[in-house]
Design a protein around this ligand. Structure first.
Ligand SMILES: [Zn+2]
Length: 378
């Protein structure tokens, strides 16, 4: 018997070492050490936990800790990650967001449910809730003044390239109509304090505006996220007919490069430093009094090194304003320097790395236009 068990473990490890099985079938994390006996795939511990919560596929085992029957190993050898992907991901739309291991739980869970429980990508017509260019429903939106979440009717229209919301359910005129080309959406469970919390940003008069939303149902909120991506994808396809899908996909939604608290001083650099919430959204550095504010108190354009932008550790000698935090950062721009302080050295290193990531990239023609706008601003 013991010999057989050893044989099974050896055979299982051989199957696992195949290149197709070198990363988790659902999130791509390298070296998965769990497997599904229901689907015949290899997956990471976090995705295995999600599989466990879904009755129709709840049959996962640890490669290292569990006992394996010969038949189960054979099943894995016959199936494997490549065949499963060909079957369950056959019709994933180009704009559909495929989560990675670092994404929030609601995105990863709904991806797994969409693939295996709802089988959304196996036959045409099953993606209709987010793919037909029209989505309407109630989402809970944070009010601007008292931070309370209230149900609001949202309407997404591919025909108009627009996302609208209404304060009264039967209202004819929307409270806001947002052009899809400036819309960005990202999940923000920690910042909003809700596992399904979604932040939407858009530009109005070239200034960033925030909306915070959630829906109790994970499928609903992820469908909205993918519907926004779908409408933006179609908008970009019309605007840039020669661009390939891969290039357009990168421009659908993006996460912020970094967020967190820093202290800042004013333009004369003699003012007391004030603690603010900072968000680096590619080349826009915004600061807010509170992380959930609808408007930034200010925005700074971060250009490229070849255009005179730079980031330095520390503050200039003789900085006069009083500050509490000791880890200084100076952002050099062609017009003026911006002085910030971080609470810890680790924070400073992360911010400096995020700024360098942007500064070392050359500016696109569109970004020159945005820079010019920032310079015109009073
Ligand atoms: Zn995984």
């Amino acid at each position: 018997m013991a010999a057989n068990v050893d044989e099974n473990v050896k055979a299982l490890q051989e199957v696992r070492r195949r290149e197709e099985n070198a990363s988790c079938v659902d999130c791509g994390k390298p070296d998965p050490d769990w497997a599904s006996c229901a689907l015949g795939v290899f997956l990471c511990l976090d995705c295995a936990k999600i599989h466990c919560s879904i009755p129709s596929i709840n049959n996962v085992k640890s490669i290292r800790m569990d006992h394996w029957e010969e038949g189960q190993v054979e099943f894995l050898a016959q199936r494997g990650n490549a065949k499963a992907k060909a079957r369950y991901e056959a019709l994933v739309p180009a704009y559909y967001y495929r989560p990675v291991h670092t994404d929030c739980l609601v995105l990863r869970e709904q991806w797994i449910r969409a693939k295996y429980e709802r089988e959304e990508f196996m036959e045409p017509g099953k993606q209709s809730s987010y793919s037909n260019g029209l989505m309407e429903g109630i989402l809970w939106k944070q009010g601007r003044d008292n931070r309370q979440y209230l149900p609001r009717r949202f309407l997404l229209l591919e025909r108009e390239g627009c996302l609208k919301y209404f304060t009264k359910h039967d209202a004819k005129e929307p409270k806001m109509a947002i052009k899809i080309d400036t819309v960005n959406a990202m999940f923000q469970p920690e910042k909003t304090g809700h596992p399904n919390g979604l932040q939407i940003t858009y530009l109005k008069d070239n200034k960033t505006r925030n909306i915070f939303l959630y829906h109790e149902d994970g499928k609903e909120i992820v469908d909205w996220f993918n519907a926004i991506r779908a409408v933006k994808f179609h908008y970009l396809k019309v605007a840039f007919p020669v661009a390939c899908d891969q290039e357009l996909k990168r421009r659908l939604t993006r996460n912020f490069l970094k967020e967190g608290y820093m202290e800042k001083t004013g333009p004369r650099q003699k003012e007391s430093f004030k603690k603010r919430w900072f968000t680096l959204d590619h080349r826009r550095l915004m600061y807010f009094k509170d992380p959930l504010d609808a408007f930034a108190k200010g925005e700074v354009f971060v250009g490229s090194g070849e255009n005179g932008y730079s980031v330095l550790e520390g503050l200039p000698d003789g900085t006069q304003g009083s500050f509490t935090w000791q880890y200084g950062i100076t952002i050099v721009t062609p017009d003026r320097d911006y002085l910030f302080t971080c609470e810890t050295e680790k924070d400073r290193q992360e911010w400096v790395a995020a700024f360098w990531h942007v500064i070392k990239q050359p500016m696109t023609p569109q970004e020159y236009a945005v820079e010019a706008y920032f310079k015109l601003k009073p």
